[in-house]
Design a protein around this ligand. Structure first.
Ligand SMILES: [Zn+2]
Length: 167
């Protein structure tokens, strides 16, 4: 499918979305006081996974659904200003970011694109379970995140749709 066909389809779908839109006046603060940090993976659809609606949740996404300094800043803001009292860090099974080491990614990209990727350093995940535990711990103990915020970790299973919560 050519890009222009895709954009035309998106425009058409959006017009039909807007024609029955009922979100006018929904507050910008998260109605369920919830923030989810997850992966950009196209199989992860937070609103559908948890039956959430417009205005319910803040969602931060990146490659791997992982904490980094920029995400930390966003979560600090959300905890104080956007009513986010519960934070869920939710990576997923079969995540590409946890599937190979940095050196292999660099080599793969160099082979694919024919340019040097040796200085390109995406945040690959060595051990998905440890990374999730560490991210949750770091948020729970972050000095600037609003006191009393609850932080949870879970892994979304892209094959079953089930969310497996950390104990
Ligand atoms: Zn992923």
């Amino acid at each position: 499918m050519a890009d222009s066909d895709l954009i035309a389809r998106l425009k058409s779908k959006n017009e039909s979305y807007a024609s029955s839109f009922e979100g006018e006046g929904v507050p910008g603060k998260a109605g369920q006081a919830l923030l989810i940090l997850t992966c950009m993976d196209s199989r992860v659809i937070p609103h559908e996974i948890f039956g959430l609606d417009i205005g319910d949740v803040k969602v931060i996404r990146n490659a791997g659904g992982q904490l980094n300094p920029e995400v930390e800043n966003d979560i600090v803001l959300a905890s104080h200003l956007l009513n986010c009292h519960t934070i869920l860090v939710m990576p997923h099974t079969k995540c590409a970011m946890a599937s190979m080491p940095l050196s292999a990614v660099q080599q793969h990209l160099s082979d694919l694109a024919g340019i040097d990727f040796s200085n390109f350093k995406p945040r690959m995940i060595d051990d998905a379970e440890t990374k999730l535990q560490t991210d949750v711990y770091n948020l729970q103990n972050h000095p600037l995140i609003k006191e009393g915020i609850e932080v949870y970790g879970a892994v979304y299973d892209v094959d079953s749709g089930l969310v497996n919560w950390l104990e």
